[in-house]
Design a protein around this ligand. Structure first.
Ligand code: PEP
Ligand code: MG
Length: 566
């Protein structure tokens, strides 16, 4: 069976099935004041539990994860939420639990039904908070992890972030959830606490019982229920190999990313928040190849000010101590919604009014961000990157606004790096095809394969129904990558890649052969990619790259790589 590998590692253990146990009943109350008091007592208990969780998470995992619970506390303190629950109790004479259920459902509806990770996460947060509140009102405890025995693999419909943090790490060997994606909070936390995890496996709870034996591979997403001995032996062997591999790549901390024949690349990291930085530094990231700044605009009710942004960008630059930090300007739209911007609904948001298109029409918002980035550039090695560029005209327009921002800072005698590098993402086929022209306008390219692939093969990157067609081994994508790198180099600019392909160790040899200068990957992949680069010979990879470009399909490319490279 197969799901989405969310946290690597091999485990064999006994299933522990987590049941969803809250059954909310509606009933009428006589005394409104007493009921509102009861609601507030529930709020108060829930808040103190969350405060404890914030502290525990900070200590056990990190500040970023603790922020998840801070946002839970904010929901409980939100006057809008409290007011609406009170109003329902007063108007309808109903119990607090039912009023909470209705208000939370209303909040979740407001978020809409977009199948995107941000919306899913916000909904999961609401659910987590309301479950806690209702449990406290009913005097029920949550999942009792104390009863979990050593060697358990938790199987659940979903795990909330609060459940994930409370998992007894010494006794749990992994978890598998029916829903969820690779970038869900739960998946991120499981990676940080090093517990193998598989998410999004679909309906399996009905086929399982407590104590069933599970063998799982959190990298590939494969798992077996009550497997025969042969499979268990195979997983045992893979587990030993995996642990040896982890130990080996840890030794690469502090070393350079140089191929056997002396070609050096840089391996930076993709981040979405300043809290990811500890993880970047812990994994020896050589810079930030992509700072997805749109997350600074999300999870709040209004635009971040220049000052707020400046503080964040400056902190990243300072923490990276002179290593490059590429700050991508606002890339909203598509799967990234910012509700308070009230963007009109579009039939094809991925082909719509997004990213640089939005910024060029909302110059004030754009200029505020550019000024914040420029000011921060006085404190480190910051570079600016524009997303979703499809033509030369767009770069020129974006650079004009950048110039205005520069002039305003100069007039105010405000410091910034006068030689700041300006680059673009190449993530639209038109940009790849005219990359010879685009290269004359900028200092670097970063290839965004997540979008470049979806536009090249015409497959929505979020649509699970057609996900097999979203194949990163497609020779069309590889040919575009070759063209972009060549055009960049011909014009003396460096070319990086910040899409997920940069962390795919099957494709790293091909990218090395094509001459990619910089790989920007998730922090947990830095050492894996360095291990791959240092074991390869660039000259031979050049030949393999030419061979795969001549194949006719993704399956052939993958077969070629599996057969001929390491
Ligand atoms: C990409 O498109 O490859 C990319 C890195 O940007 P995002 O995933 O944020 O769209
Ligand atoms: Mg993109």
């Amino acid at each position: 069976m197969k799901g989405i590998g969310a946290s690597p590692g091999i485990s064999i253990g006994k299933a522990y099935i987590k049941k969803d146990d809250i059954d909310i009943k509606k009933y009428n109350i006589d005394n409104v004041n007493e009921e509102i008091k009861r609601f507030h007592k529930g709020l108060c208990n829930s808040k103190s539990q969350i405060e404890e969780l914030i502290e525990k998470t900070k200590k056990d995992i990190g500040k970023e994860e603790a922020n998840i619970f801070k946002s839970h506390k904010l929901i409980l303190e939100d006057p809008e939420f409290i007011g609406q629950v009170e109003e329902k109790i007063e108007m309808n004479y109903i119990n607090s639990e039912w009023a909470i259920k209705e208000v939370i459902e209303f909040f979740m509806d407001l978020l809409g039904n977009l199948d995107n990770d941000y919306i899913k996460e916000r909904k999961a947060d609401f659910k987590d908070v309301s479950n806690r509140l209702v449990r406290n009102l009913l005097g029920k405890r949550g999942v009792d992890f104390n009863e979990i025995e050593e060697g358990a693999i938790i199987i659940a419909k979903d795990l909330t972030p609060s459940e994930t943090i409370n998992i007894p790490k010494d006794r749990v060997r992994g978890f598998i959830t029916e829903i969820g994606g690779k970038t869900s909070h739960t998946a991120i936390m499981s990676r940080n606490i090093n517990i193998p995890a598989i998410v999004g496996v679909g309906k399996i709870l009905r086929d399982l019982e407590n104590e069933d034996i599970i063998a799982m591979d959190g990298e590939t997403g494969e798992f077996h229920i009550n497997p025969e001995k042969r499979i268990i032996d195979m997983y045992e062997k893979r587990k030993i190999e995996y642990e040896k591999y982890r130990k080996k790549i840890k030794n690469l901390i502090g070393t350079k990313s140089v191929s056997k024949d002396g070609f050096q690349v840089s391996i930076g990291c993709n981040i979405g928040s300043i809290d990811d930085l500890d993880y970047v530094i812990g994994n020896d990231g050589e810079g930030i190849g992509l700072f997805r700044t749109e997350f600074i605009y999300m999870n709040r009710h209004s635009l971040p000010t220049e000052e707020e942004q400046y503080d964040k960008y400056r902190l990243v630059a300072e923490k990276m101590e002179g290593k490059p930090v590429i700050i991508r300007t606002l890339d909203i739209g598509g799967d990234k919604e910012i509700p308070y911007l009230n963007l009109p609904k579009e039939d094809n948001p991925f082909l719509g009014f997004r990213a640089i298109r939005y910024c060029l029409e909302n110059r004030d918002i754009f200029k505020t961000q550019l000024k914040a980035i420029l000011r921060a550039s006085a404190h480190g090695n910051i570079k600016i990157m524009f997303p979703m560029i499809s033509s030369v005209g767009e770069i020129r327009s974006a650079k004009k606004i950048l110039e205005e921002a520069i002039n305003e800072l100069s007039k105010g005698n405000i410091n910034y790096n006068k030689n700041i590098e300006v680059g673009i993402m190449i993530e639209i086929p038109s940009a790849a095809l005219i990359s010879d022209k685009l290269a004359k306008e900028v200092d670097f390219f970063s290839i965004g394969t997540n979008d470049l692939l979806q536009y090249t093969v015409a497959v929505d990157r979020l649509n699970e129904r057609i996900s097999p067609l979203y194949c990163q081994y497609h020779p069309a994508l590889l040919r575009l990558i070759k063209m972009i790198i060549e055009n960049g180099h011909k014009n003396n600019i460096w070319v990086g890649m910040c899409g997920e392909v940069a962390g795919d160790t099957k494709l790293v040899p091909i990218l090395l052969g094509l001459g990619l200068d910089e790989f920007s990957v998730s922090p947990s992949s830095v050492l894996k990619v360095r291990d791959s680069i240092t074991s390869l010979d660039k000259k031979s990879m050049e030949e393999h790259a030419l061979n795969v470009l001549d194949l006719s399909g993704g399956d052939e490319v993958l077969r070629y790589i599996n057969k001929n490279i390491k």
